[in-house]
Design a protein around this ligand. Structure first.
Ligand code: FES
Length: 83
């Protein structure tokens, strides 16, 4: 099964240090970029992202990537988008 493309642009999110976020891998969630349970019955399961620091991260939305699903994290130091 291929994941559904939720959006062409990544979702910015302000994450809080110490909190965990469940990234939607299937693309079906209505609460993008996070999982809302809509993956049930598919081969997909959400991927946990644990925030080490409070900052804005960009979660991938196209859902076509098999590895490193978070795809883009803007590093505060360089302010560059890293894959
Ligand atoms: Fe997509 Fe849960 S809704 S992984």
């Amino acid at each position: 099964d291929k994941a559904i493309k939720a959006s062409d642009t990544p979702y910015p999110m302000d994450v809080e240090a110490g909190k965990s976020y469940f990234w939607c891998a299937c693309g079906k969630s209505k609460k993008q970029p996070l999982c809302d349970g809509s993956h049930s019955g598919t081969d997909f399961s959400p991927v946990m992202y644990s925030a080490i620091e409070s900052k804005q991260v960009f979660f991938a939305a196209a859902k076509q990537r098999q590895s490193n699903p978070f795809a883009m994290v803007v590093t505060q130091k360089s302010n560059r988008v890293a894959e």
